[in-house]
Design a protein around this ligand. Structure first.
Ligand code: ADP
Ligand code: 5GP
Length: 187
């Protein structure tokens, strides 16, 4: 069995974070990667838990030293996957990345064995409800995030798997099944 690098992507508010958190709680062999970002922490977010919150200058110098497996700039902030952090974890565990579509496709370029899973909502209306319910962004920011939905979903066909997050428990089980199947494939 191999350790797999799994990428979870999908529109903001679809439930990636919720799925990832529960997967890690239920499976001691799966470890969650922590991305770096230049955005400010939201209420309740802790540095080194949800993200490594770093200054733009530090982020740019990490780009210079090839310190990211991939990075992107969206919603006016930088987000990136720290290379050493992930590759070190992968020696012992499966590693889960929760990143946007372009990030996922870039990871696949630099690490072709990565398994890309797109999480989709049961409907756009439901997605909007979840974003509003989460109550972490202003209406303007929610609108900005909604504009990206079609773009994210269009790229689903480039991903290895698509999982609809309607019933949360079922979606988690589906992701678990994919990971177990992939662990048994020799590359
Ligand atoms: P993302 O990480 O993709 O931006 P979150 O995990 O923060 O999304 O989920 C957004 C909101 O939707 C949260 O309030 C979460 O509790 C809720 N949520 C997640 N999955 C489901 C589901 N299957 N059914 C209903 N609500 C859900
Ligand atoms: P948020 O600000 O809501 O936490 O995240 C905004 C977006 O950034 C989400 O689509 C999330 O998946 C993406 N993101 C988080 N970390 C990374 C990363 O390391 N790289 C890339 N490319 N995107 C990321």
């Amino acid at each position: 069995m191999r350790n797999v690098l799994v990428v979870l992507s999908g529109p903001s508010g679809v439930g990636k974070g919720t799925i990832a958190k529960q997967l890690v709680e239920r499976n001691k062999d799966i470890s969650l990667s922590i991305s770096c970002t230049t955005r400010k922490p939201r209420d309740g977010e802790v540095d080194g838990r949800e993200y490594f919150f770093i200054e733009k200058e530090k982020f740019l110098s990490k780009i210079e030293t090839d310190g990211f497996l991939e990075f992107s700039n969206h919603f006016e902030n930088y987000y990136g996957t720290p290379k050493d952090f992930v590759l070190d974890k992968l020696v012992k565990n499966d590693v889960l990345l929760e990143i946007d579509v372009n990030g996922g496709l870039n990871v696949k370029k630099s690490y072709p064995d990565a398994v890309l899973i797109m999480i989709t909502p049961p409907s756009i209306e439901e997605l909007e409800k979840r974003l509003i319910k989460r109550n972490t962004e202003s209406i303007e920011k929610i609108k900005l995030r909604m504009q990206r939905i079609d773009y994210e979903l269009e790229k689903s066909n480039l991903y290895d798997y698509t999982v609809v997050n309607d019933d949360l428990g079922k979606a988690i089980e589906e992701v678990e099944q994919i990971i177990n199947k992939e662990k048994n494939i020799d590359n």
